[in-house]
Design a protein around this ligand. Sequence first.
Ligand code: PMP
Length: 366
Amino acid sequence: MAHRVHNFGAGPAALPLPVLEQVRDELIDFRGAGLSILEASHRGAQYSAVHRETTEALAELLGLGTGPDASHAIVYMGGGARTQFGLVPMNLLTPGRQAAYVVTGRWAEMAAAEAAKRGDARVVWSSAESGFDHVPAVDQVGCDPGAAYLHYTSNNTVVGTQLRETPECGAVPLVCDMSSDLLSRPLDLDRFGLVYAGAQKNLGPAGVTVVIVRKDLLETAPGDLPDTLTYGKMAAKDSLLNTPPVFAIYLVGLVARWLLDRGGLAAAAERSEAKALLLYRAIDDSGGFYRGHARASSRSWMNVTFRLPDERLEARFVEEAAAADLVGLKGHRSVGGIRASIYNAVDLGSVERLVQFMMEFRARHG
Ligand code: PMP
């Protein structure tokens, strides 16, 4: 058996072992084709099937059709989620309109800054002053009824907060950066104009960004944008306007199929909640030795952030954890402390090992 650690990295992050094994098994001779999927034409039979299977699996998970009647189009793009920070306003911020931004973390802040380069981007809610330790209640997001869209981040990877309910903003399209929680819980796509996620946390490897766009929003982009940066043009060609990131899309499809086989998104949410509650209980029952960064009501089920009494102990924690095969726990440099990312592919057994380690560490150093 290969040596595998318990990987709590924030992204690129753990992938399901059965998916990695399938990739290994079909890498050299892809399903009898005598070549690898890495070497196959993106317009050939092998990749065409992979592309279709990925979209079908994602659509099935999201309760979305794939035919002409589907409400939203699934588009695959490059450039990571960060490129979407720019592409969203380039495509959707029509002249004379403003965009509304809910700023709950550093990624949301960057998204708002990119939009401000393009036009009138207004911050309607921010928790910057309290170190982004909380998200708004859904009825407090500061809806601007005249906005071209309202952008928010559903899961704040760095600070470990999450807005699991969907804000209400009338007819204003909701645009959501779901980079770190897409496919971790059911999603009512009818409520969203556009959702995007870099794949490298819950969906697959780095290299592809999944963008889900309501079809009426495919028409709003100005004509002078490059075609490959225009949602409508990419959707019209099923993301095959140019060579797509074939290997990443293939893996996203396998991960989506793995999720379907394990009960879809409702079951994924149950597993996520159970894992998160275990860790938060370990924090709350530690007599103050571990202190959660996020306010309790805003706690993320994906990234659990906490501090220890001092930085020396935090460094020790990361070091001793790694020696016990618990890796990727160092918090983001802007927050410090510890961050345990518990995406779909991190199983309950790994979280139980971490909780056990936390208790032992506290007994040794508390
Ligand atoms: N948004 C969120 C919520 C993220 O967590 C990240 C990456 N950690 C990004 C955007 C940026 O993603 P990428 O590196 O794919 O551009």
